[in-house]
Design a protein. Structure first.
Length: 85
């Protein structure tokens, strides 16, 4: 896993300090936002344990390695709106 995770270094350097902003236009697309949050947490756990020192000049110790910002979600069907609330 470690070797695979280090392939993310260019991405981490590029987005350092800036969130990946996500918006969804129907309730079914909400699940990728949840998955992105879990992926972000896994990446952060890995980098905190193994890579933070190597990237310390590029990533502040108080910022997230990969931030996901859920901007908004919308749905026209009232019964589906309950899911995204």
């Amino acid at each position: 896993i470690g070797a695979s995770m280090t392939k993310l270094d260019p991405l981490i350097r590029t987005v350092a300090g800036r969130p990946l902003r996500v918006a969804t236009m129907c309730s079914g697309t909400e699940s990728p936002v949840l998955a992105l949050d879990m992926i972000s947490k896994s990446i952060e756990d890995f980098y905190l344990k193994h890579r933070r020192e190597e990237l310390s000049g590029e990533i502040s110790t108080n910022e997230h390695v990969l931030q996901i910002e859920h901007v908004f979600s919308c749905e026209i069907e009232p019964f589906k709106q309950a899911y995204i609330e």
